[in-house]
Design a protein around this ligand. Structure first.
Ligand code: NDP
Ligand code: MG
Length: 396
């Protein structure tokens, strides 16, 4: 068995650390070529000393200098910085497998670089697909690369599909893809109380430990909206064939309903090391460190329909997917800016969907034919979001 050679983009994040936990259990299978972080230099230094990559990438020159000094005892590790370096480690010829786990639109360039160079792309960075799903899938087809989804819902769907499925369910007799959602920390919170929730409350997810941006997205259910769009690209299905089902226990990670009425699902403890181990080893199976699911202890599995009035972000995302053109780019960019403002104490939680909705209303529709078009649409949407945010500076 030849070793997989890995670049892990976003190594210091929640997905990055879980990935390295699984990788560390299988030194015979995986070799780490490169790791990246943004500003958490000390954390990256510790990971570098443990996994000994050839290259480490950080945000800018000051971070690079600090990392070099922290790695004084390991001068063989080359330290680079910036977006071009991220693309370089994603595209390096030695690398077989890229874990794309940077958060937000910042991950698009490096995720695409991995796709362009025919890698196995283990994708957590859902925002890249929301922004550029069409280009991403075409790029992979042209390069012979493979996309394997880390996002637990998409990974569960992938596991529930016939082996050999190829970015489209046309031939699989699939009626529906059913994405489950925990409903987040505010599933039963009175709507009036949402105005005063703090970033720490929003980030306290009942079942999953994740980075702060995706935790806020889970609390607004924008995360599920982004996942609907992500699913439409990965599985080649329209909005009408993707359902969302609230399932507070997060035991069923998603399901596929077939034409004959059969429903296949993947179940397990809510721990991202399961989908990460699945895509790392696919089509084999390896130990991930996750314990056995105890269904007796779980007792009941419950389900309910999502409340689109309480969670308008989910509806906004469905609408954006149906609208096509630049709507998903605008949705994603406006959401990133609104979530950043909320985490910064500059916007109340309940106004996040308002900011996104206003941006979708005010940014004109435009055709996107290239990556340049997408990046331009992203900038236009972020500027619109800043204008909207300037009009609602009251977190109180
Ligand atoms: P985290 O915030 O925990 O980690 C983000 C990583 O990206 C960190 O390594 C961070 O570096 C790096 N980073 C942040 N900003 C930039 C930037 N501008 N340029 C380059 N690198 C940057 O996020 P998560 O691990 O939670 O999520 C990562 C992705 O995976 C997201 O797209 C998320 O939606 C998706 N995902 C996450 C799940 C989870 O359970 N966490 C589940 C399913 C999907 P630094 O640490 O230095 O800031
Ligand atoms: Mg998910």
């Amino acid at each position: 068995m030849s070793k997989q050679v890995l670049t892990i983009l976003g190594a210091t994040g929640s997905i990055g650390v879980s990935t390295l936990d699984v990788v560390g259990r299988h030194p015979d299978r995986y070799e780490v070529f490169a790791l990246s972080a943004h500003r958490q230099v000390e954390k990256l230094a510790a990971l570098c000393l443990q996994f000994r990559p050839k290259i480490a990438v950080v945000a800018g020159e000051p971070e690079a200098q600090k990392l070099r000094s922290l790695l004084g005892g390991a001068p063989e590790i080359e330290v680079l910085h910036g977006a071009v370096a991220l693309e370089q480690i994603a595209a390096a010829p030695e690398v077989t497998t890229v874990v794309a786990a940077i958060v937000g639109g910042a991950g698009l360039g490096s995720s695409l670089a991995a796709a362009r160079t025919g890698k196995r792309v283990l994708l957590a960075n859902k925002e890249a697909l929301v922004m550029a799903g069409d280009i991403f899938i075409k790029t992979l087809r042209d390069s012979g690369g493979v996309l394997l989804p880390i996002d637990s819902e998409h990974n569960a769907v992938f596991q529930s599909l016939p082996v050999g499925f190829d970015y489209g369910l046309k031939h699989c007799s699939v009626r529906k893809v059913i994405l489950t959602a925990s409903g987040g920390p505010f599933r039963n919170t009175p709507r009036e109380a949402l105005r005063n929730v703090t970033p720490d409350q929003a980030c306290a997810h009942p079942n999953w430990a994740m980075g702060r941006k995706i935790s806020v997205d889970s609390a607004t259910m924008m995360n599920k909206g982004l996942e609907v769009i992500e699913a439409s690209w990965i599985f080649g299905v329209g909005a009408e064939r993707i359902d969302v089902l609230i399932h507070p226990e997060s035991t069923i990670h998603s399901m596929v309903q077939y034409e004959d009425g059969a429903v296949l699902a993947e179940l397990g403890n809510p721990d991202m090391r399961t989908p990460i181990a699945h895509v790392l080893a696919y089509p084999e199976r390896i130990a991930s460190g996750v314990g056995s699911l105890d269904l007796v202890k779980t007792g009941k599995l419950t389900f309910e329909a999502p409340d689109l009035e309480r969670f308008p972000c989910l509806k906004l995302a469905y609408d954006a997917l149906r609208a096509g053109k630049n709507a998903s780019v605008t949705l994603n960019a406006a959401n990133e800016e609104a979530v950043a403002a909320f985490l910064d104490g500059k916007l109340s939680f309940d106004r996040i969907p308002d900011v996104v909705a206003e941006c979708l209303d005010c940014v004109p529709g435009m055709q996107l034919n290239s990556l340049e078009d997408i990046l331009a649409a992203d900038q236009i949407a972020r500027q619109a979001a800043h204008r909207v945010l300037d009009t609602c500076k009251d977190p109180a």
